[in-house]
Write a protein that binds this ligand. Sequence first.
Ligand code: 7TS
Length: 417
Amino acid sequence: MTAAARRLSSVPAFDVDAIRADFPILARQVHGKPLVYLDSAASAQKPRAVIEAITRAYTDDYANVHRGAYYLSETSTVAYEAAREKVRAFINASSTAEIVFTKGATEAINLIAASYGRAFIKAGDEIVLTALEHHSNIVPWDLLRTATGCVIRVVPVAADGTVALSDFAASIGPRTKLVAVAHVSNVLGTILPIRAIADLAHAAGAKILIDGCQGIVHAPVDVRALDCDFYAFSGHKLYGPTGIGVLWAREALLDAMPPYQGGGDMIETVAFSGCTWAPLPAKFEAGTPPIVQAIGLGAAIDYVTAQDRDAVRAHEERLLAYATAQLGQIPGLRLIGTAPGKAAVQSFVMDGAHPHDIATVLDRSGVCVRAGHHCAQPLMEVMGVPATARASFAMYNTITEVDALVTALIKARELLT
Ligand code: 7TS
């Protein structure tokens, strides 16, 4: 067997057309052009299985959960709790008590900052972040700093987008209480060495929170193998609905944490003299939860796990490698984020053209890319740019779409520079 044939036979088969057929929106046109959706890092499109699960839940099985003694409330509760079990299995958590549904990753991280942070992080304690964090993993800690007088330390990011383990080692010390890092950068695609960072955090007696918004999509996540303490993600980037996210935390931590919000469903007893809390995870799910959104997330997890995930990953890596090579040939275009082994997210800037103008011109060709600071202003400063344009790839994207991006960019360059 030749080396090329060996390489081909080791690439798992992947039928992108069959995948595309599962996503109704991909058949539509915008501005009279086929839709080329390259913004899945912001939010992924939804497969029919998710859309139908949501419709079915509202059409056939809808009622509030955890309260009614009647049939529909029971079936609704069973479906909501079945979604929790799907999440548990998906991330290999030990118990559904550790799966808290939130409205998204942002709320999950705010929950940790407000509950764990206010209870266990004091003036002078240190929180270690990296310079590539999304604002969702910066601002809650800034709020906590204002409230408590804790200190934020920032691990630097190199020009290619890598974050050195030695820099984590230098930033983590005896005062560190929490290390809070992205699993995968939404701007650069850099994949952080989570297990090694967790080992450093634990050796210092600190906890580690992973912002898994992009990481959960990129590859299978096993929270026990990663040995993290908190893992947060949003459903809508994982081909699920908006309005649903997950906070996973070790049961002992959730047990020790005070409630984040008060209201219905999270109590055991209520009296004006004082209240007691429901067992986990209800203690952290005040009010009517996002019932149908959770069911939709469960359907998304079913959809993702039904795929050959190695094949999906290989497909996305192929798209990224091809895009990197093609974009690199456009004069005046500079790639931002070239860390080895990165995920399929590619930011870039073009001499003489603002990223927003690039995105607007691309849109006329049906090509959707994101432009701006991507909620990562500190990272923009590190990279020395006010903003970037970003193409992000999902399982349903094709090499032809990369070609459409490149053609549209060449046109944009002619128009704008
Ligand atoms: N963390 C990371 C790494 C993200 O990429 C995002 C969203 C969030 C947190 C916040 O997620 P939310 O669902 O709670 O809003 N990232 C992006 C993006 O890159 N473009 O739009 C949203």
